[in-house]
Design a protein around this ligand. Structure first.
Ligand code: NAP
Length: 318
Protein backbone atom coordinates (compact mmCIF):
# COMPACT_ATOMS: atom_id res chain seq x y z
CA UNK A 1 0.00 0.00 0.00
CA UNK A 2 1.36 3.43 -0.92
CA UNK A 3 0.77 6.09 1.69
CA UNK A 4 1.54 9.79 1.50
CA UNK A 5 2.03 12.33 4.22
CA UNK A 6 0.30 15.64 4.06
CA UNK A 7 3.51 17.32 5.17
CA UNK A 8 5.60 16.02 2.31
CA UNK A 9 3.09 15.44 -0.40
CA UNK A 10 0.50 18.14 0.12
CA UNK A 11 -0.41 19.81 -3.11
CA UNK A 12 -1.64 22.78 -1.10
CA UNK A 13 0.96 25.17 -2.38
CA UNK A 14 -1.05 28.34 -2.38
CA UNK A 15 0.48 31.33 -0.72
CA UNK A 16 -0.99 32.96 2.38
CA UNK A 17 -4.63 33.86 2.32
CA UNK A 18 -4.57 36.54 4.94
CA UNK A 19 -5.87 40.01 5.11
CA UNK A 20 -5.12 42.95 7.29
CA UNK A 21 -7.42 43.41 10.25
CA UNK A 22 -9.30 46.68 10.04
CA UNK A 23 -9.51 47.04 13.82
CA UNK A 24 -7.23 49.78 15.09
CA UNK A 25 -5.82 47.56 17.86
CA UNK A 26 -4.97 44.54 15.77
CA UNK A 27 -1.52 44.02 14.32
CA UNK A 28 -2.05 40.43 13.31
CA UNK A 29 -2.99 39.20 9.87
CA UNK A 30 -6.27 37.37 10.02
CA UNK A 31 -5.93 33.89 8.59
CA UNK A 32 -8.97 33.37 6.42
CA UNK A 33 -9.94 29.74 7.01
CA UNK A 34 -12.87 29.90 4.59
CA UNK A 35 -10.61 31.00 1.75
CA UNK A 36 -7.89 28.45 2.53
CA UNK A 37 -10.51 25.68 2.80
CA UNK A 38 -11.93 26.75 -0.60
CA UNK A 39 -8.43 26.48 -2.08
CA UNK A 40 -8.00 22.99 -0.59
CA UNK A 41 -11.37 21.91 -2.04
CA UNK A 42 -10.55 23.39 -5.46
CA UNK A 43 -7.27 21.46 -5.44
CA UNK A 44 -9.12 18.25 -4.51
CA UNK A 45 -11.74 18.83 -7.21
CA UNK A 46 -9.01 19.15 -9.87
CA UNK A 47 -7.37 15.93 -8.65
CA UNK A 48 -10.68 14.06 -8.53
CA UNK A 49 -11.37 15.12 -12.14
CA UNK A 50 -7.88 13.97 -13.18
CA UNK A 51 -8.41 10.64 -11.37
CA UNK A 52 -11.70 10.12 -13.18
CA UNK A 53 -10.24 10.74 -16.62
CA UNK A 54 -6.95 8.88 -16.07
CA UNK A 55 -8.14 5.98 -13.93
CA UNK A 56 -11.87 5.84 -14.57
CA UNK A 57 -13.14 5.90 -11.02
CA UNK A 58 -14.73 8.37 -8.65
CA UNK A 59 -13.82 8.36 -4.94
CA UNK A 60 -16.75 7.63 -2.64
CA UNK A 61 -17.27 8.79 0.95
CA UNK A 62 -19.83 7.00 3.11
CA UNK A 63 -21.20 8.82 6.14
CA UNK A 64 -23.15 6.94 8.79
CA UNK A 65 -25.51 9.02 10.92
CA UNK A 66 -27.39 7.32 13.74
CA UNK A 67 -30.21 9.27 15.40
CA UNK A 68 -31.48 12.82 15.16
CA UNK A 69 -28.82 14.98 16.82
CA UNK A 70 -29.49 18.39 15.17
CA UNK A 71 -25.83 19.53 15.07
CA UNK A 72 -24.78 16.17 13.57
CA UNK A 73 -27.51 16.42 10.93
CA UNK A 74 -26.28 19.86 9.84
CA UNK A 75 -22.69 18.68 9.80
CA UNK A 76 -23.54 15.57 7.75
CA UNK A 77 -25.56 17.68 5.30
CA UNK A 78 -22.58 20.03 4.83
CA UNK A 79 -20.23 17.09 4.37
CA UNK A 80 -22.51 15.60 1.72
CA UNK A 81 -22.80 18.88 -0.18
CA UNK A 82 -19.05 19.54 -0.16
CA UNK A 83 -18.25 15.94 -1.13
CA UNK A 84 -20.44 16.29 -4.24
CA UNK A 85 -19.03 19.76 -4.93
CA UNK A 86 -15.50 18.30 -5.36
CA UNK A 87 -16.87 15.61 -7.68
CA UNK A 88 -16.81 12.67 -5.27
CA UNK A 89 -19.70 10.32 -4.57
CA UNK A 90 -21.44 10.94 -1.26
CA UNK A 91 -23.30 8.01 0.26
CA UNK A 92 -25.32 8.72 3.39
CA UNK A 93 -26.69 6.04 5.69
CA UNK A 94 -29.22 7.60 8.08
CA UNK A 95 -30.27 5.12 10.73
CA UNK A 96 -32.84 5.50 13.51
CA UNK A 97 -31.53 6.18 17.04
CA UNK A 98 -32.64 2.73 18.23
CA UNK A 99 -30.47 0.88 15.66
CA UNK A 100 -28.57 -1.89 17.44
CA UNK A 101 -24.80 -1.92 17.76
CA UNK A 102 -24.76 -5.20 15.82
CA UNK A 103 -26.59 -3.61 12.90
CA UNK A 104 -24.19 -0.63 12.85
CA UNK A 105 -21.22 -3.01 12.93
CA UNK A 106 -22.76 -5.01 10.07
CA UNK A 107 -23.13 -1.81 8.02
CA UNK A 108 -19.51 -0.83 8.70
CA UNK A 109 -18.42 -4.33 7.65
CA UNK A 110 -20.32 -4.06 4.36
CA UNK A 111 -18.82 -0.59 3.69
CA UNK A 112 -15.34 -1.97 4.45
CA UNK A 113 -15.89 -4.58 1.73
CA UNK A 114 -17.50 -2.25 -0.83
CA UNK A 115 -14.91 -1.22 -3.47
CA UNK A 116 -16.98 1.87 -4.40
CA UNK A 117 -16.49 3.22 -0.87
CA UNK A 118 -13.05 4.70 -0.23
CA UNK A 119 -13.74 6.55 3.00
CA UNK A 120 -16.03 5.78 5.93
CA UNK A 121 -17.06 8.27 8.55
CA UNK A 122 -19.30 7.37 11.48
CA UNK A 123 -20.72 10.60 12.84
CA UNK A 124 -20.25 11.07 16.59
CA UNK A 125 -21.85 11.11 19.06
CA UNK A 126 -23.48 7.70 18.73
CA UNK A 127 -26.50 6.82 20.90
CA UNK A 128 -25.62 5.72 24.45
CA UNK A 129 -26.39 2.04 23.87
CA UNK A 130 -23.68 1.86 21.19
CA UNK A 131 -19.99 1.38 22.04
CA UNK A 132 -18.48 4.14 19.86
CA UNK A 133 -14.93 2.84 20.30
CA UNK A 134 -15.97 -0.60 19.09
CA UNK A 135 -17.64 0.89 16.02
CA UNK A 136 -14.71 3.21 15.15
CA UNK A 137 -12.23 0.36 15.59
CA UNK A 138 -14.28 -1.79 13.18
CA UNK A 139 -13.59 0.64 10.30
CA UNK A 140 -10.91 -0.57 7.88
CA UNK A 141 -7.88 1.65 8.76
CA UNK A 142 -7.35 2.28 5.05
CA UNK A 143 -10.85 3.83 4.87
CA UNK A 144 -10.65 5.59 8.26
CA UNK A 145 -10.88 9.15 6.92
CA UNK A 146 -11.37 10.57 10.43
CA UNK A 147 -7.95 9.19 11.37
CA UNK A 148 -9.21 7.91 14.73
CA UNK A 149 -8.41 4.19 14.28
CA UNK A 150 -5.55 3.02 16.56
CA UNK A 151 -3.66 1.77 13.50
CA UNK A 152 -3.64 5.29 12.00
CA UNK A 153 -2.85 6.84 15.40
CA UNK A 154 0.14 4.50 15.77
CA UNK A 155 1.34 5.09 12.22
CA UNK A 156 1.12 8.84 12.72
CA UNK A 157 3.28 8.69 15.85
CA UNK A 158 5.94 6.33 14.51
CA UNK A 159 6.32 8.36 11.34
CA UNK A 160 4.66 5.95 8.92
CA UNK A 161 2.15 7.17 6.38
CA UNK A 162 -1.33 7.47 7.89
CA UNK A 163 -4.72 9.08 7.56
CA UNK A 164 -4.42 11.90 10.11
CA UNK A 165 -7.32 13.54 11.99
CA UNK A 166 -8.92 16.37 10.02
CA UNK A 167 -9.00 19.30 12.46
CA UNK A 168 -5.28 19.10 13.35
CA UNK A 169 -4.40 18.59 9.68
CA UNK A 170 -6.41 21.70 8.80
CA UNK A 171 -4.76 23.67 11.61
CA UNK A 172 -1.29 22.82 10.30
CA UNK A 173 -2.31 23.88 6.78
CA UNK A 174 -3.45 27.23 8.20
CA UNK A 175 -0.16 27.73 10.08
CA UNK A 176 1.74 26.85 6.90
CA UNK A 177 -0.37 29.32 4.92
CA UNK A 178 1.37 32.00 6.98
CA UNK A 179 4.82 30.44 7.19
CA UNK A 180 5.49 27.52 4.85
CA UNK A 181 8.46 26.23 6.85
CA UNK A 182 7.59 25.64 10.51
CA UNK A 183 10.89 23.88 11.22
CA UNK A 184 12.50 24.87 14.50
CA UNK A 185 9.50 26.78 15.82
CA UNK A 186 8.55 26.38 19.46
CA UNK A 187 4.97 25.14 19.23
CA UNK A 188 2.77 25.05 22.32
CA UNK A 189 -0.47 23.10 22.04
CA UNK A 190 -2.98 23.67 24.81
CA UNK A 191 -5.09 20.53 25.10
CA UNK A 192 -4.22 16.84 24.85
CA UNK A 193 -7.39 15.25 23.46
CA UNK A 194 -7.12 12.28 21.11
CA UNK A 195 -8.91 14.14 18.33
CA UNK A 196 -7.07 17.47 18.46
CA UNK A 197 -4.16 17.98 20.88
CA UNK A 198 -2.27 14.70 20.54
CA UNK A 199 -2.47 14.32 16.74
CA UNK A 200 -1.57 18.01 16.43
CA UNK A 201 1.61 17.27 18.37
CA UNK A 202 2.46 14.38 16.02
CA UNK A 203 1.84 16.54 12.94
CA UNK A 204 3.93 19.42 14.26
CA UNK A 205 6.78 17.06 15.14
CA UNK A 206 6.71 16.00 11.50
CA UNK A 207 7.10 19.67 10.62
CA UNK A 208 10.21 19.71 12.85
CA UNK A 209 8.68 21.96 15.48
CA UNK A 210 9.78 21.68 19.10
CA UNK A 211 6.47 20.66 20.61
CA UNK A 212 5.09 21.26 24.10
CA UNK A 213 1.64 19.99 25.08
CA UNK A 214 0.01 21.91 27.92
CA UNK A 215 -3.09 20.63 29.74
CA UNK A 216 -5.12 21.11 32.89
CA UNK A 217 -2.26 20.07 35.17
CA UNK A 218 0.37 22.28 33.53
CA UNK A 219 2.00 24.67 36.01
CA UNK A 220 2.14 28.36 35.08
CA UNK A 221 0.59 27.82 31.68
CA UNK A 222 0.92 31.54 30.85
CA UNK A 223 4.71 31.38 30.92
CA UNK A 224 4.69 28.14 28.91
CA UNK A 225 2.61 29.83 26.20
CA UNK A 226 4.85 32.94 26.31
CA UNK A 227 7.67 30.81 24.93
CA UNK A 228 5.68 29.79 21.85
CA UNK A 229 6.31 30.91 18.29
CA UNK A 230 3.21 28.92 17.35
CA UNK A 231 0.26 28.65 19.73
CA UNK A 232 -2.46 26.07 19.12
CA UNK A 233 -5.39 26.48 21.50
CA UNK A 234 -7.67 23.43 21.83
CA UNK A 235 -9.03 23.76 25.34
CA UNK A 236 -12.78 24.20 25.03
CA UNK A 237 -12.89 27.27 27.32
CA UNK A 238 -13.89 30.60 25.76
CA UNK A 239 -11.08 33.17 25.72
CA UNK A 240 -8.88 31.01 27.94
CA UNK A 241 -5.63 32.23 26.34
CA UNK A 242 -5.01 35.86 27.21
CA UNK A 243 -3.29 38.46 25.07
CA UNK A 244 -0.37 38.88 27.45
CA UNK A 245 0.41 35.16 27.13
CA UNK A 246 1.28 35.67 23.46
CA UNK A 247 4.86 36.22 22.43
CA UNK A 248 5.10 39.21 20.06
CA UNK A 249 5.01 37.94 16.49
CA UNK A 250 3.68 34.47 17.31
CA UNK A 251 1.24 32.65 15.02
CA UNK A 252 -1.98 31.77 16.85
CA UNK A 253 -4.29 28.99 15.70
CA UNK A 254 -7.52 28.89 17.68
CA UNK A 255 -9.27 25.52 17.43
CA UNK A 256 -11.87 26.30 20.10
CA UNK A 257 -15.54 26.64 19.31
CA UNK A 258 -17.48 27.80 22.35
CA UNK A 259 -21.09 28.92 22.37
CA UNK A 260 -21.32 31.89 24.72
CA UNK A 261 -24.50 33.60 25.85
CA UNK A 262 -24.63 37.29 24.97
CA UNK A 263 -27.09 39.93 26.23
CA UNK A 264 -30.49 39.50 24.63
CA UNK A 265 -30.48 35.73 25.19
CA UNK A 266 -28.60 35.02 21.97
CA UNK A 267 -25.46 32.92 21.63
CA UNK A 268 -22.17 33.84 19.99
CA UNK A 269 -19.29 31.60 18.96
CA UNK A 270 -16.02 32.36 20.68
CA UNK A 271 -12.64 30.72 20.41
CA UNK A 272 -10.27 29.59 23.13
CA UNK A 273 -8.18 32.74 22.64
CA UNK A 274 -9.06 36.28 23.77
CA UNK A 275 -9.07 37.36 20.15
CA UNK A 276 -8.78 41.16 20.31
CA UNK A 277 -5.99 41.03 22.90
CA UNK A 278 -4.06 38.36 21.03
CA UNK A 279 -4.54 40.00 17.63
CA UNK A 280 -2.76 43.08 18.96
CA UNK A 281 0.39 41.06 19.65
CA UNK A 282 0.47 38.04 17.32
CA UNK A 283 1.74 38.19 13.74
CA UNK A 284 -1.19 36.09 12.48
CA UNK A 285 -4.30 34.65 14.07
CA UNK A 286 -7.33 32.56 13.10
CA UNK A 287 -10.74 34.05 13.87
CA UNK A 288 -13.66 32.09 15.34
CA UNK A 289 -15.78 31.46 13.39
CA UNK A 290 -14.08 31.40 9.99
CA UNK A 291 -10.69 30.00 10.99
CA UNK A 292 -10.07 26.33 11.75
CA UNK A 293 -13.75 25.35 11.49
CA UNK A 294 -14.04 25.40 7.66
CA UNK A 295 -10.84 23.36 7.33
CA UNK A 296 -12.22 20.21 8.97
CA UNK A 297 -14.50 19.10 6.12
CA UNK A 298 -11.93 20.17 3.52
CA UNK A 299 -9.40 17.88 5.18
CA UNK A 300 -11.96 15.07 5.36
CA UNK A 301 -12.24 15.29 1.57
CA UNK A 302 -8.45 15.40 1.31
CA UNK A 303 -8.26 12.22 3.39
CA UNK A 304 -10.92 10.57 1.21
CA UNK A 305 -8.91 11.32 -1.91
CA UNK A 306 -5.76 10.04 -0.21
CA UNK A 307 -7.56 6.87 0.90
CA UNK A 308 -8.83 6.27 -2.66
CA UNK A 309 -5.33 6.73 -4.07
CA UNK A 310 -3.91 4.33 -1.48
CA UNK A 311 -6.54 1.69 -2.23
CA UNK A 312 -5.84 1.92 -5.96
CA UNK A 313 -2.07 1.82 -5.40
CA UNK A 314 -1.69 5.25 -6.95
CA UNK A 315 0.81 7.93 -6.01
CA UNK A 316 -0.56 10.13 -3.26
CA UNK A 317 -1.23 13.68 -4.38
CA UNK A 318 -3.93 14.57 -1.84
P1 NAP B 1 -11.47 18.11 25.06
O1 NAP B 1 -11.45 16.70 24.66
O2 NAP B 1 -12.44 18.59 26.08
O3 NAP B 1 -9.99 18.47 25.57
C1 NAP B 1 -9.71 19.71 26.16
C2 NAP B 1 -8.28 19.75 26.58
O4 NAP B 1 -8.07 20.99 27.21
C3 NAP B 1 -7.90 18.67 27.59
O5 NAP B 1 -6.68 18.06 27.22
C4 NAP B 1 -7.79 19.40 28.90
O6 NAP B 1 -6.75 18.95 29.75
C5 NAP B 1 -7.40 20.80 28.44
N1 NAP B 1 -7.84 21.75 29.45
C6 NAP B 1 -9.08 21.87 30.00
N2 NAP B 1 -9.05 22.85 30.94
C7 NAP B 1 -7.80 23.34 30.97
C8 NAP B 1 -7.15 24.32 31.73
N3 NAP B 1 -7.80 25.03 32.67
N4 NAP B 1 -5.85 24.56 31.50
C9 NAP B 1 -5.17 23.87 30.57
N5 NAP B 1 -5.73 22.90 29.81
C10 NAP B 1 -7.03 22.65 30.02
O7 NAP B 1 -11.65 19.08 23.82
P2 NAP B 1 -11.31 18.85 22.26
O8 NAP B 1 -12.26 17.87 21.68
O9 NAP B 1 -9.84 18.66 22.08
O10 NAP B 1 -11.72 20.27 21.69
C11 NAP B 1 -11.08 21.46 22.10
C12 NAP B 1 -11.79 22.66 21.50
O11 NAP B 1 -11.70 22.55 20.08
C13 NAP B 1 -13.29 22.72 21.81
O12 NAP B 1 -13.66 24.07 21.91
C14 NAP B 1 -13.93 22.11 20.59
O13 NAP B 1 -15.25 22.58 20.38
C15 NAP B 1 -13.01 22.57 19.51
N6 NAP B 1 -12.99 21.73 18.32
C16 NAP B 1 -13.10 22.35 17.12
C17 NAP B 1 -13.08 21.62 15.95
C18 NAP B 1 -13.17 22.34 14.65
O14 NAP B 1 -13.53 21.76 13.63
N7 NAP B 1 -12.79 23.60 14.60
C19 NAP B 1 -12.96 20.23 15.99
C20 NAP B 1 -12.79 19.62 17.23
C21 NAP B 1 -12.81 20.38 18.39
P3 NAP B 1 -6.82 17.52 30.54
O15 NAP B 1 -6.50 16.50 29.49
O16 NAP B 1 -5.78 17.66 31.56
O17 NAP B 1 -8.21 17.40 31.07
Amino acid sequence: MIFGWFGRKSAHKEKPTAKEDTSSMANARIIDGKAVAAQVRADIAAKVAALKSANGFTPGLAVVLVGEDPASKVYVRNKGAQTKEVGMNSIEHKLPAETSEADILALVDSLNKDPAINGILVQLPLPKHVDAEKVLNAIDPGKDVDGFHPVNVGRLWIGEAALAPCTPTGSVILAKSVQENLSGMNAVIIGRSNIVGKPMAALLLRENCTVTIAHSRTKDIASVVRGADLVIAAVGIAEFVKGDWIKPGAIVIDVGINRVEVPGGKAKLKGDVAYDEAAAIASAITPVPGGVGPMTIACLLKNTLQAAQMQHRLAITA
